[in-house]
Design a protein around this ligand. Structure first.
Ligand SMILES: [Zn+2]
Length: 309
């Protein structure tokens, strides 16, 4: 494909893939709706100033300093209590054209703010993917009531709106970027390089979410280069930091993908909640739940408890 054609076709491709991604999100929504029905009462909110939360958080451990002989085997990792991990996409108010299904993964701004406030008021402390890795591999201590807050695709409002909202409560997030759409402006805006670097500079984690959202289960040898190796390098150049964590497009993965990611130096890879983790590579198949735009803070609180026992 020549460059001129490529420029025209790419946004269309992305729209198609994003639409499929959302179908996957909706499947997740259906299973979580069952949880809503059994929702019990929410926690009593306890005000906790952000400064205090930050003080009680455990210090970061650089995963590269963990000696290989200190890393637990897969059954030990799987046996550890799971940390709640949330997955967000677009943070914006619903538009008339948004379908009912689309609204389950599009977070109206106030719904997002209320969900994050619930986490802070309930005493949750955000952790980074590196902290999760240290905990899972060595049993390293985590702050009380840990939660990992992740964002997929690289939507612009994750920088302009979500990150400041997290920081207001002393939280940090992990942002998984699809590099094909960096800086794209259209119906949906995506973060540009400066915004991605800014998030990394502010202590958030930048992870990889492929080049253009292709399903990893269908990769050829060449795809591992264009979808994983090149985007990883690009994100490392943008942030000046190593990229060690990955989120699967559509949450789809298989054992072979965990092996390929591990081979390329990835420490963690994030799926969605439906599937069990890989028995050999649990760190490359970590479970998350998609926080729905329909969920009240109380519903989110209950779904966290029900999904991560
Ligand atoms: Zn995605």
């Amino acid at each position: 494909m020549n460059k001129k054609v490529h420029r025209i076709v790419l946004p269309l491709l992305i729209s198609t893939f994003t639409a499929v991604a959302f179908t996957s999100c909706n499947q997740q929504q259906n299973s979580s709706s069952t949880l809503n029905a059994s929702a019990a009462s929410a926690e009593t909110p306890k005000e906790k100033p952000a400064a205090e939360s930050a003080k009680t958080a455990a210090p970061e451990t650089d995963p590269k300093t963990i000696p290989a002989d200190k890393i637990a085997d897969a059954p030990t990792i799987i046996a550890r209590k799971q940390v709640p991990i949330l997955c967000y996409h677009q943070i914006r108010d619903w538009r008339p054209k948004d379908s009912e299904n689309a609204r389950s993964y599009i977070m109206p701004i106030q719904v997002f703010k209320d969900q994050i406030k619930m986490l802070a008021d309930s005493g949750y402390h955000s952790i980074s993917p590196d902290q999760l890795y240290a905990y899972l591999t060595t049993g390293a201590a985590l702050p009380e009531k840990p939660v990992l807050i992740t964002f997929d695709d690289g939507d612009e409002e994750q920088h302009t709106l979500a990150a400041p909202e997290l920081e207001k409560h002393g939280f940090k997030g992990a942002f998984f970027i699809m590099t094909a759409s960096i800086g794209r402006r259209g119906y949906q805006h995506y973060m540009d390089k400066q915004q991605i670097k800014d998030l990394a500079d502010r202590g958030h984690t930048i992870g990889c979410h492929t080049w253009d959202h292709h399903n990893v289960k269908k990769y050829t040898a060449a795809d591992w280069v264009t979808q994983i190796e090149q985007p990883t390098k690009k994100l490392e150049e943008i942030t000046g930091k190593p990229v060690r964590h990955f989120a699967y497009p559509f949450g789809l993965w298989n054992h072979e993908a965990t092996v390929e990611l591990k081979k390329r130096g990835y420490l963690g890879a994030y799926q969605l909640a439906e599937k069990k983790r890989d028995e050999e590579n649990p760190l490359l198949s970590i479970r998350r739940i998609i926080a729905s735009g329909y969920w009240s803070p109380k519903t989110l609180s209950n779904n966290i408890k029900n999904s991560f026992r």
